[in-house]
Write a new protein. Sequence first.
Length: 403
Amino acid sequence: MRVAVLALLGVSVFRADAADLLQIEALVVPYASPWQRATPQQEAEDDALLLDLAEASLHLVVPRHTRRLKIDADSYYVRLRENWQKLYGSDAKISWLESGGRKWLACRRPSQDKGVSAFHLSTVFAGSAYSVLVFAPSTEQALPKAALDLLADMRFAGESAPDMTKTHLPKPDSAKSQWVKTRTIYPQANADVLEALVQDDLARLGGDGMVTGYGLEFIDSGVAWFIEGYQWKTLDARVTRVPWQQGGRLEVQAAAAAAVWPVKLTLKDNEADVRASLRVIELCAPSQSVAETLDQLQRGARQPLQRLVLEPTAGCPAGLLDSAAASLVQGESGKTVQTDVVVSLPPALGVAEHATLRAAGLTRIGLVEVALDAGPRRTGFGDRLLERARWYVVFESGGAEGR
């Protein structure tokens, strides 16, 4: 796509010192410094609005022409998802994204430029499909906060106009840092790890049965697990081989630090008393310790995190959040339970407080632990698989002081 190439190579820009508005058909796009806009000649050549945020290596493209639909919105989204999957295969990470009260179907995929990921977002308004493309460093697993905030400020004709006094657009004079979602940590789950997790099940079965398959797969925004096999049982005076299978799927759409997170928990017919939990953990410790703890979480070791939580560090803010409380979602056998969970991190520090921490070699982060737990009435197999089915969304301080 010529627009993408132009944006990634760097464009001549002019500065918007105050918030400005541009309307593309029904879509109103606000932007302000430090977002910078390409020259009119470049935008005319590529028939798109081109914005650049150099400090975060972000490039945003809004095509000027929309697609008039001959099908309903739901059918369009189904076809778009299928098209992305055909084009990009397993590289396509597709999910719903909500920003500014509007849902967008989003696809994260590699771009033709090494070290760059493309986020393609699409939404339907008044029978037309609108697209926004964001190009970001490939290290970004989710749409970067600056782009997410700009997306939240966009409005469609007939909706409430953006209140430029409350906009998410960057405010260089802000005296408050903000929580920024920086990464998602999924624990290692290779073949050797999984084999170790089912040894207890094999020991329980002994010679009375066998585990024939098992799996734990972290997917975009979730995890799926299963374990299956058979047992020898006496039925009607005959020894009979009876198959069994347990498993399910948990999907959690992580949003901003203080927001509603949609949760969907699906259990197979023979799976019961499994629940999902979302726990907020505030962590403050020497920077090296925090980095090592996150690396250990990647390997599946939770003990270093538990130690840091229990051992207060001198120089850290007093009254750290009690991480014991968690929001629970109870699953139902053979059904899908969908609900929203309110997730809220503690208040961000002021710029001066954050600078003091950094000068002392300390790091303060927020974690949201998403986990599966076996309830007391759960029977069967795969408890250790469930223990491993947890991941962490990491929030760090960002904003006015830079990162």
